[in-house]
Design a protein around this ligand. Structure first.
Ligand code: G3I
Length: 391
């Protein structure tokens, strides 16, 4: 957490789960504090942390004021049918990433066909609303079409991979801020010395499938930032430490080969209950090690799981908000971090609803609630952006 940033408590207004009207009133009353830096409360005070909002502007503006990008994942299906959600995405986000539409399962109904309609609709939505667009993902072991297992073999895997990348990255060439070229290639539990996941891609093509994918993407879209994206890089656990070590090893190997990798995407699917498991010193050292390779860093899929928190919404929302503020504040101390994206924007549409709480209460992992109202997490994110050093 940023140090030595003071705000007098009399200025700090505790903002509950207010409506926008409340937000407006408080934002005006807080605007006098616009120039005041904000103190990060230490552990002893966390229980009463004031999640004061300094100004009532969209998340994208709070981020942009510091040279950062804020965005979110969304699905064509929901944006098309839900005007309120579409308006919130357009209002809050400076970048859009398809949650499904650029994965093989959505794009490739058969070995010789491509279905770009849904992803093209998102690209157009982004353009219409002045948003950046990022691609997710060209190579992953999941979300593959049924024919993938039946058709792919040692003889044709490279050809099929290269054709896919040339076609898909080529289709959006010049329009993509960045691509998650390869997603989740690390799996230390597979006990390979290089820490790589023993995926079908690896079994058919060997570890060099990763280098191949980056080179093919660079050729198809020389303008896009090429990202290696993975999860489990956050917590102070042996498993996450092994994942961080394997990720650094992979990035170093790619850089040593001259592979055109430009950034690390850290998904950051966090647990509010385990936010104490976040060792910010270790996290920042890892990010610094990545930056020292000349790479940028994007937080690509941030959300906070509240399944293990009490059912009470005020308590849950507060703990989730603290996890967002603590994590974002910590990672933004690393100048190489250029973007924070949440995996969804509203609790109305979150993948985490596929993993229900034991008490069956609706999960609340995102900045807006199901009614598209800004939550304490929204406050916390604006504070973290406002506290961040300018890029
Ligand atoms: O839309 C269909 C629905 O019509 C059908 O009835 C239902 C039952 O099969 O499936 C629905 O599609 C599901 C889709 O999500 C929309 O909810 C797919 O089965 C399901 O596989 C898909 O899961 C997505 C998953 O990636 C796999 O693509 C999640 O929404 C998406 O949030 C998740 O995102 C991943 C990132 O790509 C990588 N990082 C982790 C992250 C979370 O798992």
């Amino acid at each position: 957490m940023p140090k030595n940033r003071l705000i007098t408590r009399r200025h700090a207004l505790h903002l509950g789960l207010g409506t926008l009207a409340t937000m407006g009133a408080l934002a005006n009353s807080c605007s006098l504090n616009r120039q005041l830096p904000v103190k990060a409360l230490d552990d002893s005070e966390k229980s009463e942390r004031d999640l004061m909002v300094v100004r009532d502007a969209p998340l994208k503006d709070h981020a942009a004021a510091k040279g950062l990008i804020y965005g979110a994942a969304a699905l064509t299906y929901y944006l098309k049918q839900d005007e309120e959600f579409a308006a919130s995405i357009a209002q809050e986000c400076g970048m859009l990433v398809p949650g499904l539409e650029l994965k093989w399962k959505a794009l490739r109904p058969s070995p010789d066909s491509f279905k770009f309609g849904a992803a093209d609709w998102l690209a157009e939505f982004a353009q219409t609303h002045g948003m950046l667009f990022r691609g997710h993902t060209l190579v992953w072991h999941q979300a593959t079409p049924k024919w993938f297992k039946e058709v792919l073999n040692r003889q044709n895997a490279e050809k099929i991979l290269l054709e896919h990348i040339a076609k898909v990255a080529g289709h959006y060439a010049g329009k993509m801020h960045s691509w998650d070229v390869v997603n989740e290639a690390i799996e230390p539990d597979h006990e390979r010395s290089d820490g790589l996941r023993n995926s079908r891609w690896l079994r058919l093509l060997g570890p060099d499938y990763i280098d191949l994918a980056f080179r093919a993407t660079a050729e198809a879209d020389p303008k896009a930032m090429l990202v290696y994206n993975d999860y489990g890089l956050d917590n102070d656990t042996p498993k996450d430490e092994a994942r961080r070590v394997a990720t650094l090893k992979l990035l170093e190997r790619l850089k040593s080969k001259g592979t055109p990798v430009h950034a690390l995407g850290t998904q950051a699917h966090l647990w509010a209950k385990d936010s104490t498991a976040l060792n910010f010193k270790k996290l920042k050292t890892f990010l610094r090690d990545v930056a020292d390779m000349g790479l940028k860093i994007l937080v690509t899929e941030l959300d906070v799981k509240d399944n293990h928190l009490p059912q009470d919404i005020q308590t849950r929302d507060r703990d989730v908000a603290k996890a967002y503020e603590d994590y974002i504040s910590a990672v933004l101390e690393e100048p190489a971090v250029i973007a924070v994206l949440t995996w969804g924007l509203s609790d109305r549409y979150t993948w985490r609803s596929h993993f229900p709480r034991k008490d069956k209460a609706a999960v609340r992992p995102l900045p807006l609630d199901k009614q598209m109202k800004r939550k304490l997490t929204w406050n916390a994110m604006t504070r973290a952006f406002d506290q961040a050093p300018v890029r």
